[in-house]
Write a new protein. Structure first.
Length: 293
């Protein structure tokens, strides 16, 4: 009987777990739809900024703006510091989502250090922060206040100080490690080079003949920082969407596995109960036969 009670307890426990994972799957599905909407709504503005920059930047203008200037490597007398922004989540239960981002960030840090840079980490999310604290690595800044609904102000707060330090010549490289939302099932980690800015490639055809007011220099002074801040914002919204997609996938898998385990436990319990009943019947028949004999 003790074995049967143990099996019934396990069935109840796994059933309760399945209810939790199913609920988390439904919540992630709901959040994913809203995150995708934010991601899609951010694209037109980003595409317009990229088009403006590709139209305005010319070789003679590129040398006048610090954000476009390509600094020399540390070994060649360039800035000795670089910054890497890593975007992770505050919560787990998302499969390999955070582990893949952390792995990509470590790879980029090692590559930059091999080029002679001293890398400063800006880590968003408790999962990334906890990992690098475990390694004993000092981080330039940590953020846990950015929710799964990031805003333009969040992106500005992350990027502005790094923009100023790059323009001042202290930083030679600024990169962003984020998730790229290709589909609900495919969200690989990627690294974006934020600074120096590489002007988006212009498609075929002649350059439009704009009448500009104010002049291109004044426009670029405003547009270039906006372009970087928007790149950070798009990284935040894509990573938020990827997190919900990965959590939904992980919770669906956990729910399916729990269902399979419940069926296995029920079959085991039924077989054991059937064997017990058969044994009891056999004992009754044997006792009756002994009394008759």
């Amino acid at each position: 009987m003790a074995k049967s009670r143990e099996l019934k307890g396990r069935i109840r426990s796994v059933t309760n777990t399945r209810k939790i994972t199913r609920t988390m799957e439904l919540v992630a599905t709901s959040k994913l739809k809203r995150a995708q909407d934010r991601m899609i709504s951010a694209r037109p503005y980003a595409e317009a900024l990229a088009e403006v920059i590709s139209d305005l930047v010319t070789p003679d203008l590129a040398d006048r703006f610090p954000l476009l200037r390509q600094p020399a490597l540390p070994s060649e007398g360039g800035p000795s510091h670089a910054a890497v922004i890593l975007l992770t989540s505050n919560r787990g239960f998302a499969g390999g989502f955070n582990a893949n981002l952390i792995k990509e960030a470590r790879r980029r840090v090692e590559e930059l250090e091999s080029q002679g840079y001293t890398v400063e980490l800006v880590v968003v999310g408790k999962k990334g922060i906890g990992f690098f604290r475990y390694l004993g690595r000092t981080m330039r800044a940590t953020r846990t206040d950015i929710s799964d609904r990031p805003t333009a102000e969040d992106a500005t707060s992350l990027a502005q100080e790094l923009l100023d330090e790059f323009a001042a010549g202290r930083l030679g490289v600024v990169e962003l490690v984020r998730s790229q939302f290709q589909s609900a099932l495919v969200t690989p980690p990627v690294t974006d080079r934020l600074l120096p800015i590489a002007p988006p490639a212009k498609g075929g055809g002649s350059r439009p003949d704009y009448i500009l007011s104010p002049d291109p220099e004044t426009l670029l002074e405003d547009v270039l920082p906006r372009y970087v801040r928007n790149a950070v914002y798009r990284g935040l919204v894509e990573t938020a969407a990827a997190e919900q997609a990965q959590r939904r996938t992980a919770m669906k898998s956990a729910t399916d596995n729990a269902g399979e385990l419940i069926e296995t436990l029920k079959r085991t319990y039924n077989r054991q109960r059937q064997a017990q009943i058969t044994q009891e019947i056999a004992e009754l028949v044997g006792g009756a036969a002994a009394l008759q004999g």
